[in-house]
Design a protein around this ligand. Structure first.
Ligand code: NAP
Length: 281
């Protein structure tokens, strides 16, 4: 089975569109997302544009705050504080990576947790760890929705997550644990990576190395979620998985593009609606 993230994401966006029409009738305004873009990194500009398109599609308000590459950390934080205090802003997202002279941790901490739709603020991270309601990082949340959609009950399953970043690996491992999976976290220092991966019922790959994982890493009944966004030798977009080599040797797999990626933006929209509701209780 190929898990079609574009299709699943589209269905959720259609529901969100209806929900936002309903919000428009019930409240005096619709949810609003503000994305801050510092500098002119090409990939970031594309991501931000796609986020804006997503907002427009579901009927949400959005704005992009563009700041110069040379913007100082304090000016950026001042802008965030201003948005924190703006009543009609429900979600604030700072597009990463930031220019090297800016401390990412300080910037992310400046966003008020109730508007932290990326779920990167330490308060939201702590809540996720504790199993409390919180804004959950979008890519991990999207993967959980995908597993749910294909009817995968994680109870007792062995989930192997390769990659331990704060934005993908760690939060998705925590979410799987909450769903009663037995979770193994692997990384660049893991020994016998092939054997570890092969023992997974669900294999989540968030490494960032083009086509690193072939059939030798994948068990026959495995569900493979490929988070990687890379370019192959022909400059073609690809995941961490060698898709053609693995597709016939597993139970289910997400393609790149069209797998985990589209779910991430959809979850950002969903988080913004959730932030709206909790701010308008
Ligand atoms: P990251 O912060 O660079 O972390 C990469 C992780 O992979 C690290 O934990 C690293 O281990 C591990 N790793 C590197 N080489 C390895 C190897 N040879 N064997 C085993 N583990 C290895 O990455 P990230 O931000 O989580 O992103 C990972 C990938 O996902 C990237 O391609 C990124 O573009 C993509 N991504 C996609 C989405 C989406 O929406 N689809 C969202 C976010 C990220 P150490 O910790 O030991 O160094």
């Amino acid at each position: 089975m190929i898990i079609d993230g574009k299709f699943i994401g589209q269905e959720i966006k259609a529901d969100l569109k209806n929900e936002i029409s309903h919000i428009r009738e019930t409240y005096t305004r619709v949810p609003k997302l503000v994305v801050i873009l510092v500098g002119d990194n090409q990939a970031s500009m594309t991501y931000v544009k796609n986020k804006e398109k997503g907002c427009q599609y579901v009927g949400m308000d959005s704005a992009i705050v563009r700041m110069d590459e040379t913007t100082s950390e304090s000016v950026l934080i001042e802008k965030i504080v201003e948005l924190n205090n703006q009543e009609d802003v429900d979600g604030i997202l700072v597009q990463l990576p930031l220019p090297k002279h800016i401390n990412e941790d300080l910037v992310l901490e400046a966003i008020v947790p109730s508007k932290d739709v990326d779920g990167f603020h330490p308060d939201n991270v702590a809540k996720l760890f504790l199993g409390m309601d919180s804004l959950v990082p979008c890519t991990p949340k999207g993967m959980m929705v995908m597993l749910d959609t294909i009817g995968c009950d994680l109870t007792g399953k062995h989930v192997v997550v390769v990659g331990r970043s704060n934005i993908v690996g760690k939060p998705v491992a925590m979410l799987c644990l909450q769903k009663n999976a037995t979770v193994t976290m692997a990384h660049s220092k893991t020994k016998n990576l092939k054997e570890v991966c092969k023992s997974a019922d669900v294999l989540i790959l968030a490494v960032g190395r083009a086509k690193m994982f072939n059939h030798e890493y994948v068990g026959q009944n495995a569900i493979v979620l490929d988070v990687g966004i890379n370019r192959d030798e022909n400059n073609k977009l690809c995941g961490d998985v060698d898709f053609d080599d693995v597709v016939d040797c597993c139970q289910a797999i997400t393609p790149v593009p069209g797998g985990v990626g589209p779910m991430t933006i959809t979850m950002l929209l969903k988080n913004t609606v959730e932030a709206f509701y909790s701010r308008n209780k």
